[in-house]
Design a protein around this ligand. Structure first.
Ligand code: CAA
Length: 379
């Protein structure tokens, strides 16, 4: 057993840390307040190779492993979880799904520009009445010669207005339940595709979350991913990897909040000494550090399993379940360590606390992770 990172892992981590400090930290409070998407920063992340990290270099990707991706996600998420959710969806849902299951023509046309961050993608599964219960979706794609006619509404779509390419999951044969669901690539700007309202969110306010409406959108047959009926499996397999990215985001939020609390506790004095010298604070710091380390082990293990070509569905659900709970607990405690200062924007921890909550909701709620884990145990 070897717990060491390689030199390449450390170089990626350091590059992500440097980028987050110099390019994401300035302006992060304003972007959160104004709910402003980090356009410039995401463009630079593409140029630095953070938007298609695991994609094969023959499709313009970084050819890196999942452990590198997780290390980069943690560093970016410490500072700006809005930028990191965009990065996560592009890398682990859109690029991975296309590289694993797309046709050669789809990879040439869509994966190559997605992997460089020249364009970004969105993953469209959730609907107004089908979030956790993904089989119950109503969006329909009806075959019409060499096209499908797509009708329906998708909700809570990350990169909703900034994406150029959308992977859309739709019913092609409702009578067949989850085996009658297919996946399609839809381009922004096609007739009948309307980007709906932007959500005004508690956290990750810099990310653009939208509803999307499809009315008689003509999707060429060659834009179907895999066979008809493969869409549900496509979504489930893609989300298994997506959960590693979100678990890494949660880990980053937790470690970002912890680092701020640790630094503050050494500076802030009360009762004649730094508050870090009071046992009440020391116990908090000890709990935070221990829980973060446990989350890190689960996150890295799930990434490692994926890199080894082993089954990681169960492990990624465990990593997401645990890391998201740690993100919540640690960020709340980090605010507490800061006292009143923790409750104002300038000190960053209140934003991290608001951002933490979404990691228990998207890419499957904590309850969905428990379903995936228990099915793995009982199988
Ligand atoms: N990996 C691979 N395959 C899976 C799977 C997994 N984790 N979970 C289920 N499947 C397969 C099953 O093996 C089964 O296949 P077969 O019929 O071939 O045997 C098939 O899928 C159906 O399985 P179930 O009968 O278990 O399906 P279900 O209807 O009971 O639902 C569920 C299972 C796990 C609850 C699933 O619906 C689910 O994961 N829901 C959550 C969806 C989700 O995460 N949504 C998030 C939206 S995306 C997002 O948030 C992105 C963003 O923008 C940030």
């Amino acid at each position: 057993m070897n717990f060491d990172y390689t030199e390449e892992h450390l170089a990626v981590r350091d590059a992500a840390r440097e980028f987050a400090q110099t390019e994401l930290l300035p302006g992060v409070i304003d972007r959160d307040t104004e709910a402003k998407f980090p356009h410039e920063q995401i463009k630079k992340m593409g140029e630095l190779g953070f938007m298609g990290m695991m994609v094969d270099p023959k499709y313009n990707g970084g050819g890196m492993d999942t452990v590198s991706y997780v290390l980069a996600m943690e560093e970016i998420s410490k500072i700006d979880a809005s930028a990191s959710v965009s990065m996560s969806v592009n890398n682990s849902l859109v690029c991975w799904g296309l590289e694993k299951y797309g046709s050669e023509a789809q990879k040439e046309k869509y994966l190559k520009p997605l992997a460089t961050g020249e364009i970004i993608g969105a993953f469209c599964l959730s609907e107004p009445e089908a979030g956790s219960d993904a089989t119950s979706q109503k969006t329909e794609a009806v075959k019409d010669g060499d096209h499908y006619i797509l009708n329906g509404t998708k909700n809570w779509i990350t990169n909703g207005s900034t994406a150029s390419v959308y992977l859309v999951i739709a019913q092609t044969d409702p009578a067949k339940g989850h085996k009658g669901i297919s996946a399609f690539i839809v381009e922004k700007g096609w007739d009948g595709f309307i980007i709906g309202k932007k959500e005004d969110k508690l956290g990750i306010r810099g990310s653009d979350t939208h509803s999307l409406m499809f009315t008689d959108v003509r999707v060429p047959v060659e834009n179907r991913i895999g066979e008809e009926g493969f869409g549900f499996t496509f979504a489930m397999e893609t989300l298994n990897g997506g959960r590693i990215g979100i678990a890494a985001q949660a880990l980053g939020i937790a470690s970002g909040a912890y680092e701020l609390a640790l630094a503050y506790s050494k500076e802030r004095k009360a009762f004649g000494k730094p508050i870090s010298q009071h046992q009440a604070i020391q116990f908090k710091l000890a709990d935070m550090a221990t829980n973060i380390e446990a989350a890190r082990l689960l996150v890295i293990k799930s990434a490692w399993l994926k890199d080894q070509g082993q089954d990681y569905a169960h492990a990624s659900a465990m990593a997401k379940l645990y890391a998201s709970q740690v993100a919540m607990d640690v960020s709340v405690e980090a605010v507490q360590v800061h006292g009143g200062y923790g409750y104002v924007k300038e000190y960053h921890v209140e934003r991290l606390m608001r951002d933490a909550k979404i990691t228990q909701i998207y890419e499957g709620t904590s309850e969905i992770q428990k379903i995936v884990i228990s099915r793995g145990i009982l199988r």
